[in-house]
Design a protein around this ligand. Structure first.
Ligand code: UDP
Length: 235
């Protein structure tokens, strides 16, 4: 196994599947199966999910809402997604814990690093909800922060495209995909991997990032077992 402990970042939008809003139950089940495959080979899996399928603070602010209020709504949306994924994983027979950066003890444990690590060591999937717990951040930053805190080997950013391209592959048919990049190359070429706060945090803490297609069955397991899938960003 190449990666013993991973932090999987899923966007909220990925959970929508083909729906215009909310959570697609089939997609949720597929993701639970993908994660189960990694758990079954002994990989320790932590997950951060976004909330973009439900609410984004910037979208609220664009319509005149107070940004901080909107960001807290976004964070709560990530807890809803986390609970949905938790349910799907448990249905698939995977043991889980949900930890929230905003305390809500009826539905989630508070985020406690040592406890999260202990869960991982016992083979439980740990889902981190409510982002960083602070407005003006993103779940990419939360994913990077948690990955560093729990000592993950890598952050795996599951998207609907199969890696990092020199231009948007959904808009440009000639877009070229990179197999691997250094952090400096990403800066130099001004490529969009994660927002700058998240990316800088990864770089400074030497945490590799793999961007890959989460909708292709078996990809997560392939990466965990060392196959070169998607685009790797490393030192
Ligand atoms: N958010 C926040 N602080 C965080 C993480 C998230 O305020 O640490 C809010 C922010 O409003 C964001 C929303 O939660 O727009 C949903 O997260 P994100 O946009 O990262 O989700 P994704 O794009 O991955 O679905």
């Amino acid at each position: 196994m190449k990666y013993k402990r991973i932090l999987l970042k899923l966007s909220g939008e990925a959970l929508m599947g083909n729906l215009p809003y909310g959570i697609d139950n089939e997609r949720l089940k597929d993701y639970a199966q993908e994660i189960k495959q990694a758990v079954d080979v002994g990989c320790e899996v932590a997950v951060v999910i976004g909330g973009g399928n439900i609410f984004r603070g910037v979208a609220g602010a664009a319509k005149g809402m107070d940004r901080v209020q909107g960001d807290y709504m976004g964070m709560l949306a990530t807890v809803i997604n986390g609970m949905a994924l938790q349910g799907a994983l448990e249905d698939a027979g995977v043991k889980t814990r949900l930890q929230s950066a905003i305390e809500m003890d009826k539905v989630a444990e508070p985020f406690i690093k040592r406890r999260a690590v202990r869960h991982l060591e016992k083979g439980r999937v740990v889902i981190f909800g409510a982002g960083t717990g602070n407005p003006y951040f993103t779940t990419d930053t939360a994913a990077t922060l948690r990955a560093i805190e729990i000592g993950a080997d890598v952050i795996l950013k599951g998207t609907r495209v199969d890696g990092i391209y020199d231009s948007d592959p959904e808009k440009n048919a000639d877009a070229k995909r990179f197999n691997s990049l250094t952090f400096d190359e990403v800066f130099d070429k001004n490529l969009k991997v994660m927002d700058m706060t998240a990316f800088t945090l990864s770089h400074e803490n030497k945490l590799p990032i793999v961007v890959f297609d989460m909708n292709r069955a078996g990809n997560l397991l392939r990466i965990v077992e060392g196959e070169r899938v998607g685009t790797l960003v490393d030192l």
